[in-house]
Design a protein around this ligand. Structure first.
Ligand code: MG
Length: 201
């Protein structure tokens, strides 16, 4: 059995006049989270955790904020794509745990709804989804919501198979960067000082 751990972190700032989306649920509150998409900080951190577990880059590689089509996007789309990459690499999610850090609103009354929604997105039982929240004591981050997420992925098979399949999940821009780096590191042909080349004519 192969295991992969994934970790993701994100933060978004509160802004009046927006719906508050957390974990795919809309919470009743006077402010929402600003962002290029719907600002769902928990689903963004979850997307990064899933992609990170298979070394497939991050949310920005798949959904660049420079692309207009992701403006106001439902962040569920990001998690679905990350799950597609995870499945393509042959892994399944074993469990997910998270901590939200926010002054308000209280997460307790909504934790079950968030848990069910996230469990559905990850094809998990709610008992494998941990939803926790803390207030930012002494952090000075009252104007924002922060999310930390970890996931554990499992797969049966050999390490060699795992490496071959996870390589496929790397987005093209990342591969291009790697190729460029490799080409840069190829040494120039060296001619030794004081000796003329003695190649045949
Ligand atoms: Mg974000």
């Amino acid at each position: 059995m192969m295991f992969r751990i994934g970790y993701g972190w994100d933060s978004h700032e509160f802004k009046r006049g927006l719906p508050l989306k957390l974990g795919g649920i809309t919470l009743p509150y006077s402010k929402g989270l600003a962002g290029h998409s719907d600002g769902d900080v928990l689903l963004h951190a979850l997307t990064d955790a899933l992609l990170g577990a298979i070394a497939a880059g991050d949310i920005g590689d798949f959904f660049p904020p420079s692309e207009k089509k992701w403006k106001g996007a439902d962040s569920i789309v990001f998690v679905r794509e990350a799950m597609r990459q995870v499945q393509r690499a042959g892994f399944t999610v074993a469990n997910m745990d998270c901590t939200l850090i926010l002054q308000e609103p209280k997460i307790g009354p909504h934790a079950k709804a968030i848990q069910s929604r996230v469990a559905e997105l990850l094809k998990l039982s709610p008992s494998a989804v941990g939803i926790k929240a803390k207030t930012p004591e002494g952090m000075g981050t009252e104007k924002a919501v922060i999310a930390h997420v970890v996931v554990l992925l499992t797969k049966s098979g050999s390490e060699k198979q795992v490496l071959a399949e996870t390589a496929e999940a790397v987005p093209q821009p990342v591969i291009d960067d790697v190729v460029e780096e490799v080409l840069k590191s190829v040494p120039e042909p060296v001619t030794r000082p004081g000796r003329k080349p003695t190649g045949k004519k």
